[in-house]
Design a protein around this ligand. Structure first.
Ligand code: PBG
Length: 323
């Protein structure tokens, strides 16, 4: 036999010599949930090890992550039901929980990278990512609200704005809104290919943000479609996105690879709440080895072509020196 591929696997030294992909702390983005109040830290029941923090505890959490070399955070707010309305006005009110949290993190940790989520659902009394009229999700009316939200985030110090709503034209609208206000340096990480997925369940528990009626299929993508992701990616690129995201992660590795092969922009993968919950549940049952399964999953995103990985495993992986 001329070719014996096993020769390159015969020792740890040689295996490492030919290793093609790595995950490092600099690739990881840690999503963090925020709640109103003081000294709050409540666990999300469907996401063991993941908590909702009040701003004071959020700062301590960010600090401990940064000591581990984890410097990028994506913030998500749990909003009191009484503050929600049809137009998500709480999303751009100057003293809202979310804007206070962004300011607090950037003030105390100016060198951190704060990514903010632009979408109406945590603030919407309908639990949808757009304005609802007669059961329909309105696109262009929603853009105006997204623009206000993005601008409020930029003013509060956000480094990267991440629109996660899947309305048409939102990247261009947000880019123009930011540029017109002088925020030309604020980046946009677009959720380009975001699928109508069952794997967001635990996240909606964390934020209490599930849709009050219907589903998100008129705006999020059909899980059966790959080529449609290219249409979304091309539009986002043309409209000025700096990163393209694929979400969820594991069931869509083919889409990550497809976008990687069709754009020069960096790709982000969102290893979503349900993917996290799946592994945690299996680990708690003694069915999977946590270190090996988590590092294998993270490596798969890098192999598929993702530069950045949004993952709830980020802190634990670094605390335990699993990379
Ligand atoms: C909403 C949003 C969702 C997630 C991030 N932003 C949920 C949804 O679209 O319903 C999901 C993240 C996760 O499941 O970890 N704009």
């Amino acid at each position: 036999m001329l070719q014996r591929p096993r020769r390159n696997r015969k020792s740890e030294v040689i295996r490492q010599m030919v290793q093609e992909t790595y995950v490092s702390a600099s690739n990881l983005i840690f999503p963090l949930f925020i709640v109103e109040g003081e000294n709050q830290k409540t666990e999300v029941s469907s996401m063991p090890g993941i908590f909702r923090y009040s701003i004071d505890n959020l700062l301590r959490e960010v600090e401990s992550c940064m000591k581990l070399g984890l410097n990028s955070f994506d913030l998500f707010p749990n909003i009191d039901e009484a503050l929600k309305d049809k137009y998500a006005t709480e999303s751009h009110r100057d003293e809202s929980l979310y804007l206070r949290a962004i300011r607090a993190v950037k003030k105390e940790f100016p060198e951190s990278c704060v990514i903010t989520d632009v979408a109406m659902d945590p603030y919407s009394s309908d639990g949808h990512d757009g304005v609802v009229e007669n059961g329909e999700i309105l696109n262009d009316e929603t853009l105006e609200i997204l623009g206000k939200m993005a601008l409020a985030h930029a003013r509060s110090g956000a480094d990267i704005i991440a629109p996660s709503d899947m309305m048409d034209g939102r990247v261009g609208y947000i880019r123009k809104t930011l540029d017109d206000a002088g925020f030309t340096g604020v980046s946009i990480m677009s959720y380009s290919a975001k699928y109508a997925s069952a794997f967001y369940g635990p996240f909606r528990d964390a934020l209490n943000s599930a849709p009050k009626f219907g589903d998100k299929k008129t705006y999020q993508m059909n899980p059966a479609n790959q080529r449609e992701a290219l249409i979304e990616a091309r539009l986002d690129e043309a409209e000025g996105a700096d990163f393209l995201m694929v979400k969820p992660g594991l069931p869509y590795l083919d889409v990550i690879k497809l976008l990687k092969d069709n754009t020069e922009l960096p790709i982000a993968a969102y290893n979503v709440s349900g993917e996290y919950a799946m592994i945690k549940a299996a680990v708690q049952n003694g069915w999977l080895n946590e270190q090996r399964s988590v590092t294998e999953v993270l490596t798969s995103f890098r192999r598929a072509g993702a530069s950045a990985i949004l993952t709830y495993h980020a802190k634990q992986v670094l605390e335990n020196k699993w990379l």
